[in-house]
Structures are given as C-alpha cells and as structure tokens.
Design a protein around this ligand. Structure first.
Ligand SMILES: [Zn+2]
Length: 103
C-alpha cells in the first residue's frame, strides 16, 4: 500500500578501464598513444604523445597525477589552438644525409 520505499541502490565499484589508445587530432586514426617518462622536476612527469599513423610526436610536461586521458584532453586542446609544438616522425629513423657520395 501507499508509498514505495526507495530502493537501496547497490553501489558497485566499477573498475574503469583507462583507454590507452586515442584518436589522433591530426589524422583521425585511433593510433595515438601516450607514454610517460620521469622528469627531474618533482611532482611532474613527461608525457610523450605519438601517433602510429601520421607520425605525430609531441611532449608535454604534466602533473604526476595525470592519466593518459587527462593528457589526451589537454593535448587536443593545445593542438587545436596551435599551442603545442608537434613533430612528425616517420617510422624510419633519421639518417644522416649522405652528400656527395664518391665512388
Ligand atoms: Zn595521426
């Protein structure tokens, strides 16, 4: 009769999977990966952003608490505003130019 009791909602802790591959703002492929490297600055780390398709490469200094998603969000913002320096590295390693090869 009458009122329904509010059902007790079970709180299930979901372990959110943190995506590690993102969509590249440059070429649109889902091949953008973010890796972290240690920095000498306390509380910060270096995020290295690379795209396996177009060869985009960028580095960012981010707070140590940042996860790849946070870096990605920030990176996309900066990229769209043209506020971050990006390079394009192709798979082949840079070779020293050989000029005037003589036989
Ligand atoms: Zn790309």
């Amino acid at each position: 009769m009458g009122r329904r009791r509010k059902k007790y909602k079970k709180v299930i802790k979901k372990i959110r999977k943190v995506p590690k591959i993102f969509q590249c703002p440059n070429c649109g492929s889902r091949t953008l990966t973010i890796k972290f490297e240690k920095l000498n600055i306390q509380g910060y780390k270096k995020a290295v952003i690379t795209c396996g398709t177009c060869g985009l490469y960028a580095e960012m200094q981010v707070p140590e608490l940042y996860e790849p998603v946070d870096v990605y969000a920030k990176f996309v913002d900066l990229f769209e505003e043209g506020e971050i320096e990006v390079q394009f590295k192709k798979h082949e390693e840079e070779r020293g130019e050989v000029i005037g090869e003589s036989t």
